[in-house]
Design a protein around this ligand. Structure first.
Ligand code: HSE
Length: 318
């Protein structure tokens, strides 16, 4: 199969995963930041990766170590594409902070190759292929970030095999505050954050998480920001991971006190994300409170406001 296009440029958003009780199941796309990925057919089945942007120095260029390269290789093999591919990544999403940086590049490649070769893949198939890339960064094919990057807004992964995704819009008054602590990067952070999770879980904890996850999903379905926020409670994964984030409790308490409806670790962290009903609470006040929370733990942080955003989109093709 040969390419129909000589160039495709794709935008892929940052995402947050888990939202508390939905480990590997809930994801949400953010309005910003984003990656821009350009795909150009190349000769001799060679996959070549170039990375530009402020965070490029920490992104692997070896296609087997880079989520985008891994996804491209899978797609080329699975669909017997007679091509190589040049992948130029303009990296706008900082890696290693829990905002789905690796997922964005992976989703962009799946989306872009689908167009370039007119593969006519449904979104759930793009999720399956993009999730293959997550092995390069997390050691596991978790699909929450890539699903949110592909579908946009809020997603629930009902099933991994076969991939079944439930897609819901976010309420318009839902605002988000992300606090990113300036801590030294943890090598293989997501793998480490997964390795410390409990291997056995008591039924009362399962009951708590299922109840809160179900309520959070209903919150999106009916557009109730308070129900979404108050359901962001996880007694299985977050207690283990909180130990990796200096100031976790201070930041959480400060955000809730400032009026946030709920707070969770974003993905595998170390960023923390607050859900705010902007009709009732000033997002700027929550931002100040979260920054102050980290400061009281002796940690500098970068804090920014955003909203739920759209999924991967086409910027240019020819
Ligand atoms: N669900 C994944 C995890 C997200 O928590 O490990 C990683 O970004």
């Amino acid at each position: 199969m040969s390419p129909h296009l000589s160039k495709v440029v794709v935008r892929a958003p940052a995402t947050t995963a888990n939202l508390g009780p939905g480990f590997d199941v809930f994801g949400m796309a953010l309005e910003d930041p984003c990656d821009k990925v350009t795909l150009i057919p190349a000769p001799n089945s060679i996959i070549k990766i170039e990375v530009n942007g402020a965070f490029s120095s920490s992104i692997p260029l070896d296609p087997n170590m880079n989520t985008a390269g891994v996804v491209a290789e899978h797609i080329i093999k699975e669909f017997s594409l007679k091509t190589g591919i040049l992948i130029k990544i303009d990296k706008g999403i900082p890696p290693g902070i829990g905002l789905g940086s690796s997922a964005a590049s992976a989703a962009a490649v799946a989306f872009g190759l689908n167009r370039m070769f007119d593969l006519r893949l449904e979104n759930n198939q793009l999720v399956r292929l993009s999730a293959k890339g997550e092995v390069a960064s997390a050691g596991f094919e978790h699909a929450d970030n890539v699903s949110a990057a592909i579908y946009g807004e809020f997603v629930i992964i009902k099933s991994y095999d076969p991939p079944q995704i439930v897609h819901l819009k976010a309420p318009p008054n839902l605002s988000l505050c992300v606090a990113v602590p300036r801590v030294p990067p943890t090598p293989k952070k997501t793998e480490k954050a997964r390795s410390i999770l409990p291997k056995m879980v008591s039924m009362d904890k399962v009951r708590h998480n299922v109840g809160h996850a179900a309520s959070l999903a209903v919150g999106f379905a009916v557009g109730d920001v308070k129900l979404i926020g108050s359901s962001m409670s996880d007694v299985i994964v977050e207690p283990a991971r909180a130990t990796m984030i200096p100031g976790y409790s201070l930041v959480k308490d400060a955000a809730l006190k400032a009026g946030a409806c709920g707070v969770a670790i974003s993905g595998a962290g170390p960023s923390m994300i607050a859900v705010i009903d902007e009709n009732e609470t000033s997002p700027t006040n929550v931002a100040k409170a979260m920054k102050d929370g980290f400061k009281r733990a002796g940690v500098d942080s970068e804090v920014f406001l955003t909203k739920p955003g759209k999924g991967v989109s086409l910027l240019e093709e020819r």
